[in-house]
Ligand binder design. Structure first.
Ligand code: ARG
Length: 482
């Protein structure tokens, strides 16, 4: 009979609940490839070291390959009673080859087995994520090249600050993603030690060769401490941390896409493929994909928190708590992978409205700093004074309700006699960005150089900077260096 206080849902006995909380097969079945690869390496090593007969090895390997084919072919029946992927595979192997299957588990435990499987899985995932990050970087670098001379407002505090080039803005994300890829690669390096053969926690009396299994599985070396090997989850924590940082970058970019694609900004048009309509408002094009990418950081960061909290305070060595590492990690890494794919699609299809960006770039007296710089450079006025004079110029333009470009030479002279007509050259947004040729600055020439540098890195093939096409935006200025 079920408990009166809490037994409402207990149609089944408590042992069924035990099975439900204990089983991981519902989610760890996705480790089947890694589990079977680990078993093949282990069985091969056991035979090479004389622990297993050649005949047993042959039947184990043949059987494991059949199990693999069954799972891949969708004909395998997973059983919750068998708890996890390790026992599901082994039990099926026993059905196929009989007693020899029982010898496979010699000199290992599920504790080193799960650590090995999960490491292999995370390693494979890192490799895929790095390719995806690189693909997004390349899409951005290509766009940056196309938009090297497109002028947009640069912001601080989301207030118009100084004009920048759209290509420069896009390349900022290429830099961030470059660090993301390198963080993932770095996690992979530290991850790449094999726990297999650490057994339950203390090692094993059998004369195994852990270097051999490590090598067969593509690890750099075996782990050096069996207690650490079976109770370490740093590798997934580091990877999810790197994923969270990457997702944070994607979230920032997604937010900008949402802003840019709004009717009020109108800087870019996202393609039909990545937007949705509204069932009631026919004019709407909602940037759902960008919004979802903006949000995915939530679950990824949640996974990182889960993992660290699960691991904190765990005494050595393995505890079942550690089974809670997988679902959140799978979910987080899936989410990042999907976000990267969506972002790559959006970037490729996004169409900038260059005219709109340019008009907006000129608003808000965005070239005021250029006036101050001109006063310093041409009239040898100290920057602090130049800043003050420029403030008065801006105030005058505000009074006259025009942009800085709308001021006449008399207007300038009214503020300061020393100013001459050469000032007009620095007032355009084209001149402003072209002048910013300091290393890492926004000048179109810099953007083309940096885009080519990234394309060389990302494709492994040398790319020369594309030449400047100049004045395709119908700017008012000479577009040259002021
Ligand atoms: N399913 C388990 C996990 O994911 C495998 C290891 C179980 N080990 C044990 N001693 N019960 O952590």
């Amino acid at each position: 009979m079920s408990n009166k206080m809490w037994g409402g849902r207990f149609a089944t006995g408590p042992d069924a609940i035990m099975e439900e909380i204990n089983a991981s097969i519902g989610f760890d079945q996705r480790l089947f490839r890694q589990d079977i690869a680990g078993s093949i390496a282990h069985a091969t090593m056991l035979a090479e070291t004389g622990i297993l007969t050649q005949a047993d090895r042959a039947s184990i390997l043949a059987g494991l390959n059949e199990v693999l084919a069954e799972i891949e072919g969708g004909t395998f029946t997973f059983s919750r009673a068998l708890e996890d992927i390790h026992m599901n595979v082994e039990s099926r192997l026993r059905e196929k080859i009989g007693d020899a299957a029982g010898r496979l588990h010699t000199a290992r435990s599920r504790n080193d087995q799960v650590a090995t499987d999960f490491k292999l899985y995370v390693r494979d995932t890192i490799d895929t994520l790095i390719i995806q990050v690189t693909t997004l970087q390349l899409a951005l670098a290509n766009k940056a090249e196309d938009e090297a001379e497109t002028i947009m407002p640069g912001f601080t505090h989301l207030q118009s600050a100084q004009p920048v080039t759209f290509g420069h803005h896009l390349l900022a994300y290429v830099e961030m993603l470059g660090r993301d890829a390198s963080r993932l690669a770095d996690a992979r390096k530290r991850l790449n030690e094999s726990p297999l053969g650490s057994a339950a926690l203390a090692g094993t009396p059998y004369p195994i060769d852990r270097h051999m299994t490590a090598e067969k599985l593509g690890f750099d070396r075996p782990t050096a401490n069996s207690l650490d090997a079976v109770s370490d989850r740093d590798f997934v924590i580091e990877t999810v941390a790197a994923a969270a940082i990457c997702a944070m970058h994607l979230s920032r970019f997604a937010e900008e896409m949402v802003i840019w694609s709004s009717a009020q900004f109108g800087f870019v048009r996202l393609s039909d493929k990545f937007t949705t309509g509204s069932s009631i408002m026919p004019q709407k094009r909602n940037p759902d994909a960008a919004e979802l990418v903006r949000a995915k950081i939530g679950r990824i960061l949640g996974a990182l928190t889960s993992l660290i909290v699960v691991m904190k305070g765990l005494p050595l060595a393995y505890s079942k708590d550690m089974q809670e590492d997988k679902e959140v990690a799978f979910d987080a890494l899936d989410a990042l992978s999907l976000s990267l794919a969506a972002m790559t699609g959006m970037v490729g299809d996004m169409v900038p409205n260059r005219d709109r960006m340019r008009v907006s770039a000129a608003a808000g007296f965005s070239t005021a700093t250029d006036i101050a710089d001109w006063l310093v450079r041409e009239l040898n006025i100290p920057f602090r004074d130049a800043h003050h004079i420029t403030g008065q110029i801006v105030a005058l333009a505000e009074q006259k309700n025009c942009g800085l470009e709308g001021l006449t030479i008399e207007d300038f002279k009214f503020i300061d006699q020393r100013i001459d007509s050469r000032i007009h050259k620095v007032l355009t947004v084209e001149a402003s960005v072209a002048a910013r040729q300091s290393y890492g600055g926004t000048a179109p020439a810099n953007v083309l150089t940096q885009a080519a540098r990234w394309k060389t890195i990302l494709t492994g093939k040398p790319h020369d900077p594309r030449p400047l096409t100049a004045k395709k935006h119908g700017g008012h200025g000479d577009g040259g260096v002021a």
